[in-house]
Design a protein around this ligand. Structure first.
Ligand code: NAD
Ligand code: SER
Length: 312
């Protein structure tokens, strides 16, 4: 196993990715890091270091001194939060990526994972079964940063032989750590409110279909991609990845199968505009063909697991 650093490990994906990597490889060589000065409880046992990805020199020193070989770079602002601080979002989402890609280009890192998003697509993209290669005119600062990041990953791969791998994650649904300010967060909040009060006020309209995925599938996809032989990978930017697509109404109806008294109201806010610019469903044929991807969670299974595990 290669010595691995997860940057932004205290967030929704990082806590579960850290656990997934440690389950597979043991704790010793899997180092979690985040801005937070004390180790987030959700990270459990295992090495933790405070690192700010914006501090390029500190990150370089740590990676070189500690002989880190693999980096998972998760620190970023998500779509809804990024719209409130576009300058900072651009800076955070791009500068950290260059710090890590440069370390790999110089030979300090053997492999990098950097997540992209369905936000790379925009209002001119075909919205149903969105293909890997299509029109991409993102209209959010988050989407623009992800699209630019994808192009830089492909560039560092082609020009410098950097082994950087990436997934266009759909909205991720989990119960261990709260989501970090995305447009798809309603699909997590709804479970907390269902258990807390039996009702939910949704910030998207009832018929807004979006691509989503249960976290266990997302972690499995990440590990599969990172372990795939490089020669099998045809995509040098970021792979489309599909799980489940549903609307808030369909999710509410699924919850009502468990709790017939659950009620939902719709009060769309600025996030509706973001959601309307994204795909409704994703074609992930390349992931299926290149590294045998297939999601395991459907809407019914995801809903049941969420209702069983969400703690209020
Ligand atoms: P999150 O907001 O839950 O977690 C991000 C973590 O990064 C936080 O723990 C935060 O403290 C940390 N962080 C912020 N600034 C930092 C800095 N300067 N230095 C070090 N750490 C810093 O986000 P997430 O949902 O876990 O997303 C991780 C990545 O996956 C992001 O790039 C995001 O764009 C991408 N992604 C997430 C989703 C999703 O639905 N969660 C979907 C698509 C893509
Ligand atoms: N879940 C993310 C968001 O809504 C998609 O990248 O921002």
């Amino acid at each position: 196993m290669r010595k691995t650093l997860i940057i932004g490990a205290g967030g929704q994906i990082g806590t579960e990715l850290t656990a997934g990597l440690r389950l597979k490889w043991g704790s010793e060589l899997i180092i979690a890091s985040d801005l937070k000065t004390s180790k987030p409880e959700a990270l459990g046992e295992g090495p933790y270091v405070t690192l700010d990805i914006m501090d390029r020199e500190a990150v370089r020193k740590y990676v070189i001194d500690e002989k880190i070989e693999v980096v998972y770079l998760l620190a970023a602002l998500l779509s809804a939060t990024a719209e409130k601080q576009p300058d900072f979002a651009w800076k955070l989402n791009m500068e950290g990526l260059f710090t890590i890609l440069d370390l790999a280009k110089e030979g300090h890192l053997k492999q990098v994972f950097w997540p992209s998003s369905i936000a790379v697509f925009g209002p001119t993209t075909p919205r149903d079964m969105t293909p890997q290669f299509t029109v991409m005119e993102p209209s959010t600062v988050y989407g623009i940063s992800k699209q630019a990041g994808e192009r830089w990953c492909a560039y560092y791969n082609a020009k410098f032989g950097v082994d950087v791998r990436s997934l266009r994650y759909p909205g991720l649904i989990s119960y261990k750590t709260p989501p970090g300010g995305g447009t798809t967060d309603y699909a997590v909040d709804i479970f907390y409110q269902a258990k807390r009060s039996g009702s939910y006020s949704c910030f998207l309209s009832e018929d807004t279909a979006l691509p989503m995925m249960f976290m266990d599938d997302a972690i499995r996809a990440t590990l599969m991609l990172m372990e795939a032989p490089r020669e099998n990978l045809r995509i040098e930017s970021s792979y489309n990845l599909a799980g489940i697509s549903f609307t808030p109404k369909e999710l509410a109806e699924e919850i009502q199968k468990h709790d017939p008294n659950f009620s939902i109201a719709y009060t769309p806010d600025f996030r509706q505009g973001i959601a309307d610019s994204w795909p409704r469903s994703i074609d992930d044929t390349y992931a299926t063909e290149d590294w045998h991807w297939s999601a395991e969670y459907n809407l019914a299974r995801m809903t049941q697991v969420m209702l069983e595990n969400v703690k209020i």
